[in-house]
Design a protein around this ligand. Structure first.
Ligand SMILES: [Zn+2]
Length: 232
């Protein structure tokens, strides 16, 4: 059986995103995404909570996407994501330390948007090669690259330096772009198997403008906050 996975999704727990649990479930169902990796900025609480709620739904026989607990960690050398995390990874550490903290807890190291030149702090090609022993997946398709050719540069780098598996994620901060970039792979069981299955994975992607998400994010956050207040 093949599954579709979006490895880069932000929730309301990211300071700049607006996706609630219900919206996540609805968007995944709509776009036929089976698995999401939640990559909130320097935060893991949302991923843990959403995963728990998804498990509860499945235990009642309802459909919910499978959730990989991840985090997009700001390091001293740019952003690095961890997947299959058990605990929070602190930010602003050197990249190698961050990657080691991810690996120590059995997680996978996923490098998001590595060649987006507008991200001034990012791991450069030479650093990626130096850190190759710790990198599992490189994002070769990000849904909202800020510079033209960023995804193509990432894919070319990985072809020339096959140091990791190729991954993709929408980097959505509001529900409408969920799934815009994803991988289609044979179903997997756990982190090692995922890396293995990604070897024969297929990347699907549709780019959207980073500006397209600004207003929906703002409005979305305001609405969700109101809703949250009404419930409490
Ligand atoms: Zn992101």
């Amino acid at each position: 059986m093949t599954v579709k996975a979006d490895f880069h999704v932000h929730t309301i727990y990211s300071p700049d995103a607006a996706i609630s649990f219900d919206q996540l479930v609805a968007a995944c169902r709509d776009k036929k995404i089976d698995i999401v990796s939640i990559m909130d900025h320097d935060e893991i609480k949302g991923a843990i909570e959403f995963n728990k709620r998804a498990e509860e739904m499945r235990s009642k026989g309802e459909w919910a996407p499978r959730i990989i607990i991840g985090e997009e960690v700001r390091t001293a050398g740019g952003e690095i994501c961890g997947m299959f995390l058990k605990k929070w990874v602190p930010d602003h550490k050197p990249p190698r330390d961050t990657m080691e903290m991810i690996k120590e807890q059995g997680g996978l190291v996923y490098v998001p948007h590595p060649f987006d030149l507008l991200k001034l702090k990012r791991l450069k090609a030479g650093e990626l090669v130096e850190l190759a022993d710790l990198i599992d997946i490189i994002e070769v398709f990000n849904g909202k690259p800020r510079t033209p050719g960023a995804n193509e540069r990432a894919a070319r780098f990985l072809e020339e330096h096959p140091i990791a598996a190729a991954g993709a994620g929408s980097d959505c901060h509001e529900p409408s772009h969920l799934g815009a970039a994803h991988v289609e792979i044979d179903d997997f069981n756990g982190p090692d198997d995922l890396v293995e299955k990604l070897r024969s994975g297929r990347i699907h992607g549709e780019k959207y403008s980073p500006f397209a998400t600004l207003l929906p994010r703002l409005i979305g956050r305001r609405e969700l906050k109101k809703e949250f207040k009404d419930q409490t």
